[in-house]
Design a protein around this ligand. Structure first.
Ligand code: NAD
Length: 292
């Protein structure tokens, strides 16, 4: 029997735990963890993401502070806002919604965020901490992916993990996290020769590519844990559908456990953002470790 990993339910459980931790911080220390989100421009998808993040933050009992700036805002003004938020004692987490308008360097802006408030985990400082195995803030989607894999088998040690995709946002940090779990990690990408053969070696197969149903069912080793990070919008049978990077129907029979799309990794991303916010709040205020 294949286990369908219910990311929606797991994310809901995690959000509840985070709300408990936030309430605890408030009760014991009189502090409400706060997340500041910066949105530049009117990109419709970004507006939806920011709205969802705002609602989820408030639902978890934390403060959500939104800064919406017009498309024409200069890079210097965005940097100035980030610096102001860095210095704001009440702000625990800062998230700059990507993509930024073309005239603004996202690299420049992201790296202005203080690493201890970098709840997306995208600064060079946090990427370095991840590689060095030091405490930092971990990118949300890779973090959510590993949490889902561990709901199947708590101990991933010694398993062969294949991560397809090497992006800074997902593939590379996911590979590092799996390495920290003592997996043997292979990173595959667009230049990999015989991707099918590489995938067939995987006990844990993670797809973060952005190509609908690239990974065929026959590429999945029997019993493997399949974590599908991909979210692709396609037109099929006259309908718009969301599909992953894995051919779900083909893979379902062979996988031991698999994340669906939607309802798998997707819901974990916001939950892990809230997790990072509560962790950041506790760490930078010296309140000790939080159990989330
Ligand atoms: P990206 O475009 O930055 O990186 C894609 C990676 O896939 C690259 O490293 C590339 O080498 C590799 N690749 C491309 N074509 C390939 C091929 N034919 N064979 C093997 N490798 C190939 O994308 P990303 O930001 O890492 O996102 C990947 C997917 O994950 C997308 O579908 C995106 O929508 C999704 N995503 C989901 C969430 C979530 O919350 N669930 C978050 C971020 C990204």
């Amino acid at each position: 029997m294949t286990t369908i990993i219910d990311g929606k339910a797991i994310a809901a459980g995690l959000r509840e735990k985070i709300a408990g931790a936030a309430a605890d911080i408030k009760a014991k220390h009189g502090v409400t963890p706060a997340l500041a989100v910066v949105l530049v421009g009117e990109d419709p998808a970004s507006q939806v993401y920011v709205r969802n993040k705002h609602a989820a933050t408030e639902k978890a009992g934390m403060r959500s502070i939104e800064h919406k700036l017009p498309e024409t805002t200069s890079e210097a003004d965005v940097v100035a806002l980030v610096r102001k938020l860095n210095g704001d004692e009440e702000v625990d987490g800062i998230l700059v919604q990507l993509p930024l308008p073309e005239h603004i360097s996202s690299d420049r802006v992201i790296n202005e965020i203080h690493p201890d408030k970098d709840v997306d985990g995208l600064t060079e400082a946090n990427a370095g901490r991840l590689i060095l195995g030091k405490d930092g803030l971990i990118p949300c989607t890779p973090q959510g992916s590993v949490i889902l894999a561990k709901t199947v088998t708590e101990n991933l040690s010694g398993l062969h993990a294949v991560v397809v995709g090497r992006s800074i946002l997902v593939g590379k940090p996911l590979a590092m996290l799996l390495l920290a779990e003592n997996c043997t990690v292979t990173i595959a990408h667009s230049r990999t020769k015989d991707l099918a053969a590489v995938c067939r070696e995987a006990d844990i197969l993670c797809a973060a590519v952005g190509v609908p149903r690239l990974i065929k069912g026959s590429w999945v080793k029997k019993g493997a844990i399949v974590i599908d990070v991909g979210i692709n919008r396609i037109e099929e049978d006259g309908k718009t559908r969301l599909v992953g990077d894995v051919d779900y129907d083909g893979a379902q029979d062979r996988a031991g456990a698999i994340t669906p799309v939607p309802g798998g990794v997707g819901p974990m991303t916001i939950a892990c953002l809230l997790r990072n916010t509560v962790i950041a709040a506790a760490r930078r205020r010296g309140l000790g470790a939080v159990d989330v």
